[in-house]
Write a protein that binds this ligand. Sequence first.
Ligand SMILES: NC(=O)c1ccc[n+]([C@@H]2O[C@H](COP(=O)([O-])OP(=O)(O)OC[C@H]3O[C@@H](n4cnc5c(N)ncnc54)[C@H](O)[C@@H]3O)[C@@H](O)[C@H]2O)c1
Length: 390
Amino acid sequence: METNRRSFLAAAGVSALAAGASALEAQTPDKPLRIAIIGSGHRAWAHLGILKSLPQYQVVALADPTPANLDRGASLAPGAKTYSDYHKLLAEQKDIDAVIVITPSFLHSEVTVAALNRGLPVLCEKPMATSVEEANKMIEASKKSGKTLYIGFQKRLVPVTIKMHELAAAGEIGNIEFISANLFRGDWNPESWKYTDPVTGKATNWRYLTLTEGSALLEDGIHELDTLNWIINSKIARVTAAGGNNVFKDRETVDHAAVIVEYESGVKLSFDFSLFAPNAGPTSRRMVIIGSTGVMTPENGQVAIRSHARGPVRYVDVTATAPKVAAGVAGASAQDPETYEQYLRFEQCVRNGKSPLVSPEEGKAAIKMVLLAEKSIRTHRIMNWNDLPA
Ligand SMILES: NC(=O)c1ccc[n+]([C@@H]2O[C@H](COP(=O)([O-])OP(=O)(O)OC[C@H]3O[C@@H](n4cnc5c(N)ncnc54)[C@H](O)[C@@H]3O)[C@@H](O)[C@H]2O)c1
């Protein structure tokens, strides 16, 4: 095992990750972390592909009630024991070190609380939960057990995002005053798990129902909103939004939204979201951060800074701070280096008690801002931060 780890780390070469990883290696015992994955659908298969290239982890158990999905997960985790019921997994698997929660979002809270109550650290996929009350239960369980709860916003680890966070904190564009951002994408995966809609009795894509998805913006858009909260670094005062179902009319959750967030610091954020723009090209993801002295935006994998005083554009290279998958590691890890890096960070939390990059409180703030936007869409009213529970 140690030989594997050493050659793996040596292959990483001289990079920020390699520097971080060697510090990690000094504290890492030989034994891989034994983990259980609860929820074995599309996102879990991506996780499992990445875990195959991380000798620090061994997937020993998987739980999912859908046999075909469980089988596919098991094919990516040879030797792992499979369960149709996660309660049974948690009751039987006495020798696991952590749990990864990748169920549909409405189950995140109950599964996470059950794992934390068993004394196990948890990496829970975004969104943290579908209500503030559920998020509070998770925070409480983490505090009571003293175990890590890491919320999986891996897109904070996108190189330009890390760099923009760093540049904003260093005051490179003065004080942040206003942000315009958007996510224009195609519709949800039609192969998503089906939930029996209690109203119609029909098996329905869980992403179409408010009960199971919470809000379309909790499913996507929340990555960008969390990232911007991180960069803006202020509490939220009010949220207002408009949205609806202009194209996908036969579902509860919206297919577009325009959201305006007012922060206590005075910053305003305008965020637009569409599910019916599968080919929006360079306009699909925009983030324009306007400060008191300049404008900052990602451009072609770099951060572009334009001073209000004009002059040449300054392009900031992000390769030095970018999380890198170890050289020679191919497949899912290379395609999703942020989730790979997230696993390295989670390992540090579990083994060394490091604080997660995304705290449960930040995970809760992100869902609360989205749930207020959802409420605003439904009621056509401006929402104050205390219009949902603390
Ligand atoms: N971080 C990201 O970029 C990212 C990307 C995609 C999805 N996600 C999140 O991952 C989660 C899962 O999404 P997905 O795309 O895999 O959905 P999916 O529909 O493909 O899979 C969900 C799986 O959960 C299983 N499931 C249902 N009830 C369960 C239970 N009681 N116990 C265990 N498993 C159960 C289903 O059988 C299915 O296999 C969602 O919360 C989603 O928001 C995150």
